[in-house]
Design a protein around this ligand. Structure first.
Ligand SMILES: [Zn+2]
Length: 460
């Protein structure tokens, strides 16, 4: 007798099973079947009819703790399960100080255990203060990746790391194979172009976009790739806003460099020229959303040249964005709750197999990337029973429904062609389409496991 049977259109790595089923026992997937295979007897059945059942989303880039510190975990993970995101891979730029040493990792792991509604893996970083002294210990403690920045967003919380320290980190990480992520913007170019724009009295979201030109993004991306080429480290620009960046990564990958690149869902939706006048600072992110970049970026994603797509969810309140000048507005947008419906909608609108592409870009690939594929990322026997149920239709996104404690969204008023009707975390209903059933403390810290992007995925 299995504990729970979830029925629906089951999206597996091998294909979609109409009127299929997932049998769940002890928080794990015990078996998966299609309509011709009789399911085991079950204590309970959740029948989602024609709805799609996808693997729970693994959001590879969130900033849950950059505004309210570790207390941001509760709200961010509540919003996550309502968006079908059952695993978050959180960034290291915690308020007030970044996660660059084992004591801070221990505090964050404890906060996850106490507050999280979803599972979390973690990025670590290095600072000028620590250098690479703690890298091996952080790796041993299970961090999933490292991230640094070539641009100084904050001298303490989110500092610029000079090239010599990035090189030392790349050398240290080449031994373990962990990815080295980069916030990829060249500091000198951005500071100079921003000063020029301010001096000339230019303002507004298009001025922001132009003050951080593609050249700044490609220059920083290229330098990271070269450090990967020299060291053998897995190097990974974490937000490529334009197809040219993914082409640059691909060129290095073809040379045998362990290089991957990532994009974020807002780059796949918004256009600075078309949407900037309406959204203004509500779409301010770094690197910026550009004009005329969306369709070429979609071709890169559809062809598999983006390792995965993330939300880059930033826990900033709207007040911090509505400054008189765009250059003083906080960068970053909330997105953990809209990642799956927004990605699905935009993929379907382009005639792509949106369910398959969402399962790959939002679950399978990030799980493999962060060494979580032994537990997460796919609907298959033995994996954690993390599921996201998508109901197709026409749904206007109302930012008031956001559960992240911020209640604003660049997607406000946009129509999504799918909504998250339920999510399950390790076999337990976490979101029923209207209410969050998950509680603080359900979520667990996920240490990186075996496998990775450049090794055979563990657990097949
Ligand atoms: Zn980010």
């Amino acid at each position: 007798m299995t504990e729970l049977l979830v029925r629906g259109r089951i999206v597996t790595p091998a294909g979609t099973l109409p009127r299929g089923w997932v049998a769940i026992d002890g928080g794990r997937i015990a078996a998966v079947g299609g309509e011709r295979e009789p399911p085991p007897a079950a204590d309970a059945v959740d029948d989602h009819g024609e709805a799609l059942v996808l693997p729970g989303v693994v959001d590879g880039q969130t900033h849950a703790t950059s505004w309210r510190g570790l207390d941001g975990i509760a709200d961010t993970t509540r919003a996550a399960v309502a968006g079908g995101v059952t695993t978050l891979v959180d960034m290291p730029y915690d308020s007030p100080l970044p996660m660059d040493r084992p004591q801070r990792l221990a505090a964050k792991v404890a906060a996850i255990g106490a507050q999280a509604h979803a599972d979390m893996a973690l990025h670590a970083t290095v600072t000028a203060e620590t250098g690479t002294a703690h890298v091996d210990e952080l790796v041993a403690d299970g961090v999933a990746a490292f991230k640094v920045s070539s641009f100084e967003s904050s001298p303490t919380r989110f500092p610029r790391i000079p090239a010599d320290l990035v090189l030392a980190l790349a050398e240290a990480l080449a031994r373990s194979g962990l990815p080295l992520g980069l916030h990829n913007e060249d500091q000198e170019i951005v500071l100079a172009r921003t000063a020029e724009a301010r001096a000339a009295g230019r303002d507004g979201i298009l001025a922001h976009s132009r003050a951080r030109p593609l050249a700044a993004e490609l220059a920083a991306t290229g330098q990271l790739l070269a450090l990967g080429q020299a060291t053998g480290a897995h190097v990974h620009p974490v937000h490529l806003s334009h197809a040219e960046g993914l082409r640059l990564v691909d060129a290095f990958a073809r040379m045998g460099v362990r290089a991957t690149g990532e994009t974020c869902v807002h780059y796949l939706w918004f256009d600075a020229a078309r949407d900037g006048p309406g959204l203004g600072a509500r779409m301010k992110v770094n690197p910026p959303i550009r004009a005329g970049a969306v369709e070429a970026l979609w071709r890169e994603v559809a062809d598999g040249r983006a390792a995965f797509t993330s939300s880059d969810h930033s826990s900033w309140p709207l007040e911090g964005k509505l400054t008189p000048s765009i250059f003083d507005a906080g960068a970053g947008v909330p997105g953990v709750q809209t990642l799956l419906p927004a990605f699905y909608t935009a993929a379907a609108a382009r005639g792509l197999d949106a369910a398959r592409l969402a399962a790959a870009q939002l679950a399978e690939r990030p799980a493999r990337f962060f060494g979580l594929a032994d537990r997460k990322g796919a609907i298959r026997s033995g994996a954690d029973a993390d599921l996201a149920v998508l109901e197709e239709g026409s749904f206007v996104w109302d930012e008031a429904r956001a559960l992240d404690g911020l209640a604003w969204s660049p997607f406000n008023g946009r129509i999504f062609t799918a909504r998250v009707a339920a999510s399950y975390l390790r076999g337990r209903l976490a979101w029923d389409g209207g209410q969050v059933a998950a509680r603080q403390g359900w979520g667990r810290y996920l240490p990186r496991g075996a496998g990775g992007w450049f090794a055979a995925p563990a657990g097949g």
